[in-house]
Design a binder for this molecule. Structure first.
Ligand code: ATP
Length: 693
C-alpha cells in the first residue's frame, strides 16, 4: 500500500488535487449553511407555533452544517470499478466517492462528500481483497492539524499488491488522547461496522474486553440508525445509558461531532429517580435482594392484592328508575380484567365503563335508547365510583413499595414462596418510614418504585436505547431499561470480566431475558484499540480468576516499554514514588490518569497539592495545560488516559467486599492506559501479578 506524503502545488499532483477537492467541499458546505441561514419562513407559515418549530429545525440544520476546523470533512475515497446503480444511494451516479462525516453537495446538488452512513460508503469499511464489493481502489487520507497531508491507497482487485496494515489507521489508533472521547468514523473496523450497521429492528449485545471499542460502536450505531431511520427515531426518541456522570461527560461530544444533537444521555439512576429523592443506602445483602427479578413478582402480587372480588351488586339510580348489576356479573368483569393482565391503572379506568355498559344493555332491554353520553354519565355515577373504589382502588406505586418495605406481614404475604425469611428481613426497614416524602429511599428502592409505576401505567418506550457497561446492572435495573424500549430495540454493551457490583451479570442470555430481549444476537469483539500489548497481557493474568473462560483481548497497538512495575521502599515512600511516576508521565504528550483505591484519594490529593500539581476529576475535560486526573478506582470504568499511574493494587482489591470483585476492579484500573502504565506498590501485589508467577 503506497503512502504519499510529499508537498506540491501543481494541479497534476494527486495530493494537490485532493486538497483542491477539500477546499471546494468546504466552500460548498459554507454555501449550504448560507442557504439555510437565508431561508425566509415568513411566507410559508401561517401561525407562530409552526414558525417557531420550523425555525428551530432550521437552527438545528445550521448548527449541523458547521465546518469544524479540526474535523476533516472527508477521510476516505472509494473508486468503484463500475457505475453504482443510480437507485442504490445518494449521489450514486458518480464512480468516485469521498467519504466524510456528513453529506456535502455543490450548487447543482451533485455530491462532493458522501455521508459515511450511506449504503455507498459501506465498502469503505467492509471491502476486502476477498470481497472487493465492486471497489477498485480505497484511499485513506491523513491530516495534520486540519491540513490534508497524506493519502494511502489499496487496490483491492490487484493480485500483485501485498496486503498490509494501514499506517494511517495505525497512526490514528496510536494518536495521543487529550480531551473527551472522539469519533472513529475514519477507522471503524469490519467487525465493528457489522454491529454499527445492524438493523433497527434487532437488539444487539456486544461482549468485548477493555478497549475493544464497545462504547465507540454503540455511539456510532445510534448515529447510523438516526441516519437510516431518521423520521421514526425523531418521533420515538433515542437514549444512551452510561454508568455515571463522569462517563457521560467523557462521551458526550462524540454524537454532536457526527452531527447528531438530539440523543439523550442518562444513567440508570437518572431514569428511575425522577420524582423521588434518594437519601438512603442499602447494605449489599439488601441491594442484592431488591435487585433480584423475583421482586418483580412480589410487586405484581402486592399490587393485585388490592383487587377485591365484589360481593354486592351495584345499583344505579337514574330519574325514577333503578338499574342493578348483580355481584356475579361484576365478578366476571373483574376476573376477565385480571386474566387479561392489563396494567393495573388501565383496568381501574376500564372497570367503570364496563359496569356502565352493563347498565346500558339493561336500559336497552327495557326499551330505552341511551347513547354514549349516558354511558359516560353512568360510569361517573357515585354508586359506580364507590363500587370501583372498593373493588379496584387506585394504587400509589411509591406507597405500595413503602408498605412492602415497612410492613413485615404485608411483605410476607406477597413474598411467600419467592423470598426466604432472611431475604425478607434483609429488605425490611428497621425503622419503618411514615410517608413517601420522609422515607430514606435508596437507588434500589427507586428501581422498585419504577417497576411499580409500570405495573400501574405502561412506561413510554423509546425507539432505541444504547446501554453501556451493562454488566453492572441488577436484574431489576435491566427490567427498568427494558421497559424503556419495549417497542424499540437496544444495543447492550459490556464485559463480564469488568462486573464489579454484587449482582453483576454472569451471562448475557440471562441479562437479555431480564431486558425482555431474549432474541438478541450476542456478538464478540476481541481486537483491542486502547491498551498496549504488554499491558493487556499483564492485566489478562487476572482473567482465569475473575472470568474463567473469557479470552484475552488481542491488542492492535505496539508500544514497547509501556509497562513498568515499581516497588516503593516502604509504605512511607509510596506517595513520593507515585508522585515521581506522575511527574515522569507529565513530561510526555497526552493525558495522565492517576488511579487509586477510593480510600487513597484524599492522601494522594494532598500529596499532589503539596507538590504544586493541579489535577482534574474524572470526566472533566483534559486540555493541553491541564492533563492530570486523579481517578478513584470506582470511577475508572469506561475512561482512558495516555499514561496511567496505578497506585497500590492491593488497596484497590481491598476496597471491595470480596476478592473476586476486588480483582475485577483492579482489572478495570489496569486497562485504562493507551500508551503506558506504571504500577507503583508498597504492599505485595496480588499473586497473579507477582513477577515470575
Ligand atoms: N476502529 C477504531 N479505530 C480507532 N480507534 C478505535 C477504534 N475502535 C475503538 N477505538 C478507540 O479505542 C478506545 C477504546 O474504545 P472504547 O472506549 O469504545 O472501548 P470499550 O470496549 O468501551 O472499553 P471499556 O470496556 O474499557 O469501557 C477509544 O479511544 C476508541 O476511540
Amino acid at each position: 500500500m503506497p503512502a504519499h506524503e510529499h508537498e506540491s502545488d501543481t494541479t497534476t499532483d494527486p495530493l494537490a488535487r485532493e486538497r483542491a477537492h477539500l477546499t471546494a467541499s468546504r466552500a460548498a458546505l459554507r454555501a449550504m449553511r448560507e442557504d439555510a441561514q437565508a431561508l425566509d419562513i415568513r411566507n410559508v407559515t401561517a401561525n407562530w407555533v409552526n414558525a417557531a418549530v420550523l425555525q428551530a429545525q432550521i437552527d438545528e440544520r445550521i448548527k449541523s452544517l458547521a465546518d469544524l476546523a479540526h474535523t476533516p470533512l472527508f477521510f476516505g475515497r472509494l473508486d468503484y470499478l463500475h457505475r453504482v446503480g443510480a437507485e442504490q444511494a445518494e449521489g450514486a451516479e458518480g464512480e468516485q466517492f469521498y467519504i466524510g462525516r456528513r453529506h456535502v453537495h455543490d450548487a447543482d446538488g451533485d455530491p462532493m462528500v458522501i455521508d459515511w452512513r450511506a449504503p455507498v460508503s459501506q465498502p469503505f469499511y467492509r471491502a476486502s481483497r476477498k470481497d472487493p464489493q465492486e471497489v477498485g481502489q480505497r484511499r485513506r487520507f491523513g491530516y495534520t492539524g486540519g491540513e490534508l497531508t497524506a493519502y494511502e491507497d489499496e487496490h483491492l482487485t490487484d493480485p500483485a499488491e501485498a496486503e498490509q496494515t494501514s499506517k494511517l489507521l495505525q497512526a490514528e489508533i496510536e494518536r495521543p488522547r487529550v480531551g473527551p472521547m472522539r469519533d472513529i468514523v475514519a477507522t471503524i473496523q469490519p467487525e465493528q461496522d457489522e454491529i454499527v450497521r445492524s438493523e433497527l429492528g434487532g437488539t444487539v449485545c456486544v461482549q468485548g474486553g477493555p478497549g475493544t471499542g464497545k462504547t465507540a460502536v454503540g455511539l456510532h450505531r445510534v448515529a447510523y440508525l438516526l441516519y437510516a431511520h431518521r423520521e421514526r427515531l425523531a418521533r420515538t426518541g433515542t437514549l444512551v445509558i452510561g454508568p455515571n456522570r463522569s462517563f457521560l461527560q467523557y462521551i458526550e461530544q462524540v454524537l454532536p461531532a457526527l452531527g447528531e444533537l438530539a440523543v439523550k444521555q442518562a444513567t440508570v439512576d437518572d431514569l428511575v429517580t425522577a420524582g423521588i429523592e434518594v437519601r438512603g443506602t442499602d447494605t449489599a445483602d439488601a441491594a442484592v435482594v431488591k435487585g433480584d427479578a423475583r421482586m418483580a413478582e412480589v410487586l405484581r402480587r402486592a399490587i393485585r392484592s388490592h383487587v377485591t372480588l365484589p360481593t354486592e351488586p351495584v345499583v344505579v339510580v337514574r330519574g325514577s328508575r333503578r338499574w342493578r348489576v348483580p355481584a356475579y356479573e361484576l365478578e366476571e368483569m373483574v376476573t376477565e380484567l385480571l386474566a387479561r393482565d392489563m396494567r393495573y391503572g388501565a383496568a381501574h379506568d376500564a372497570l367503570p365503563q364496563r359496569i356502565a355498559h352493563s347498565v346500558l344493555v339493561r336500559m336497552e332491554e327495557a326499551g330505552e335508547a341511551p347513547d354514549d353520553r349516558v354511558q359516560n354519565a353512568v360510569a361517573r355515577n357515585p354508586a359506580v365510583k364507590a363500587a370501583v373504589k372498593a373493588i379496584w382502588p387506585a394504587v400509589d406505586p411509591a406507597k405500595l413499595v413503602l408498605r412492602l418495605l415497612s410492613d413485615a406481614e404485608f411483605l410476607a404475604a406477597h413474598a411467600e414462596g419467592l423470598l426466604t425469611e432472611d431475604e425478607q428481613k434483609a429488605i425490611l426497614w428497621t425503622k419503618p418510614a411514615r410517608s413517601v416524602k420522609s422515607a430514606k429511599w435508596s437507588v434500589a428502592d427507586a428501581v422498585l418504585i419504577d417497576e411499580a409505576n409500570d405495573l400501574v401505567a405502561r412506561t413510554h418506550s423509546l425507539g432505541h436505547v444504547v446501554l453501556d457497561e451493562a454488566q453492572d446492572l441488577s436484574p431489576m435495573q435491566y427490567r427498568a431499561v427494558g421497559r424503556r424500549c419495549t417497542t424499540g430495540s437496544a444495543t447492550v454493551l459490556g464485559d463480564l470480566a469488568q462486573g464489579t457490583t454484587p449482582w453483576s451479570t454472569e451471562n448475557w442470555a440471562q441479562a437479555l431475558h431480564h431486558l425482555g430481549k431474549s432474541d438478541a444476537v450476542v456478538e464478540e469483539l476481541t481486537a483491542g484499540f486502547r491498551v498496549p500489548r504488554e499491558v493487556i497481557a499483564y492485566a489478562s493474568r487476572l482473567l482465569p480468576v475473575i472470568s474463567p473462560g473469557l479470552a484475552a483481548v488481542k491488542s492492535v497497538r505496539e508500544s514497547p516499554g509501556s509497562l513498568e512495575v515499581r516497588a516503593a521502599a516502604g509504605p512511607a515512600e509510596l506517595d513520593a514514588e507515585v508522585l515521581a511516576a506522575c511527574e515522569e508521565s507529565l513530561e510526555r504528550e497526552g493525558s495522565i490518569g492517576l488511579i487509586a483505591a477510593d480510600a487513597r484519594i484524599p492522601a494522594l490529593a494532598e500529596a499532589l497539592a503539596a507538590a504544586g500539581h493541579a489535577y482534574l476529576s474524572p470526566g472533566e475535560e483534559t486540555t493541553a495545560e491541564s492533563r492530570l486526573t486523579l481517578v478513584p478506582a470506582s470511577l475508572a470504568k469506561g475512561l482512558e488516559y495516555d499514561y496511567v499511574v496505578l497506585d497500590e493494587p492491593a488497596a484497590v482489591v481491598d476496597g471491595e467486599p470480596d476478592e473476586r470483585t476486588g480483582l475485577r476492579r483492579l482489572y478495570v484500573a489496569l486497562t485504562r492506559a493507551v500508551s503506558g502504565l506504571t504500577v507503583v506498590h508498597s504492599a505485595d501485589l496480588p499473586k497473579e501479578l507477582t513477577p515470575g508467577v
